[in-house]
Design a protein around this ligand. Structure first.
Ligand code: P6P
Length: 338
């Protein structure tokens, strides 16, 4: 198959549509593209060399760090810093804002990223992914970046995207003008436009949730899932359960096929309902993409993109997917909350 539009051409076209563009954003996106290729190379060979297995460290989330997590994290830090277009970075793997080494120019952007989401699945060769979320800085360029830059609502994202390392390697991103998917052609090392202008089906028949947490869900979520599974609820098409346990893989399938992904708050401690997914490097970028594709993203009671963050690693409930499915879920929540 002839090479089509490469991601570099696509990004350049995007730049041409913005007359004031200086090329900085293009250079930043291209650094992410190179990082995706580096991580894909290491993920693809993970089964061949002793990269699998525990690196021994524990990350800020209290999770055991896999060696590939560290490789992915270092690749993104190195390549994004060297782009000269970022003033700071925030990684799911690190507690605080990452300082850009002095030898690099500091730019006007900052990136939140989850370098390798779903990493607990690495040893089972399940699809995993990288997620990124880009903002413009809000503090003056002569100052060091700080939490004012890092804690912006998701509505302020200038771009977001993910890479899914699966049967093929795909990079999906949006700069606010639709959602576009690129598939890596490993024979030439180029991401080729394969899914232009992705639109999520208005209604799906897939629901994705970890039913093992049933006992810790709120009443509205339980009522919704029981309704989905009720054969007498006269569904026009019966729903089917699909859950991989890797956000990027579950999200990507539902984006293309339609459906709803739910990670509701865990009420283990009823006084402290807790989401699992991180707002800044998981929920916000995925919500930006889903809304650009015509879908919805909510905590159940609040639009994810409107949340004013208070901590860089804060967690939120995330219910995301086809417009009509998420809307119906919100009705169940509203009814249960009376
Ligand atoms: P659970 C992976 O660890 C992750 O952060 C997401 O990729 C995934 O959607 C979720 O956790 C799975 O969580 O509790 O169902 O294993």
């Amino acid at each position: 198959m002839d090479i089509g539009i490469t991601i570099f051409n696509h990004i350049l076209l995007n730049q041409k549509l913005n007359p004031g563009a200086t090329g900085a954003f293009t250079r930043l996106l291209m650094a992410i593209v190179v990082a995706a290729k580096v991580i894909q190379r290491d993920v693809a060979k993970a089964g061949l060399v002793d990269v699998l297995g525990r690196a021994g460290g524990i990350n800020v989330q209290g999770e055991e760090v896999q060696k590939l997590d560290e490789i992915a994290n270092e690749a993104l830090k190195r390549l994004l810093s060297a782009s000269g277009e970022v003033c700071t970075l925030i990684s799911e793997e690190e507690a605080d804002l990452i300082e850009i080494p002095r030898q690099y120019n500091r730019g006007n952007y900052l990136v939140h990223f989850d370098p390798l989401d779903g990493s607990s699945n690495i040893d089972a060769n399940v699809s995993i992914g990288t997620i990124f979320s880009i903002y413009r800085r809000v503090t003056p360029p002569e100052m060091d970046a700080d939490l004012k830059d890092a804690l912006q609502p998701g509505l302020r994202q200038v771009a977001a995207g993910y890479v899914v390392y699966g049967s093929s390697c795909m990079l999906v991103y949006s700069t606010g003008s639709g959602v576009h998917g690129f598939t890596l052609d490993p024979t030439v090392g180029e991401f080729i436009l394969s899914h232009p202008n992705i639109q999520v089906p208005t209604k799906g028949k897939i629901y994705s949730i970890n039913e093992g947490n049933y006992g810790y869900w709120d009443e509205g979520t339980r009522n919704y899932i029981e309704w989905l599974k009720d054969p007498n609820a006269n569904h026009p098409k019966p729903y089917t359960a699909r859950y991989i346990g890797s956000l990027v893989a579950d999200f990507h399938r539902n984006l293309l096929y339609g459906g709803i992904f739910l990670y509701p708050a865990d009420l283990r401690d009823p006084l402290k309902p807790k989401g699992k997914l991180r707002l800044m490097c998981e929920a916000n970028p995925m919500s930006f993409i889903m809304e650009q594709a015509g879908g919805l993203a909510t905590t159940g009671t609040e639009r994810v993109l409107e949340i004013q963050p208070t901590e860089i690693h804060q967690r939120v409930p995330l219910i995301i997917g086809s417009h009509d499915d998420v809307k119906l879920y919100q009705d169940f929540i509203a009814k249960a909350n009376g």
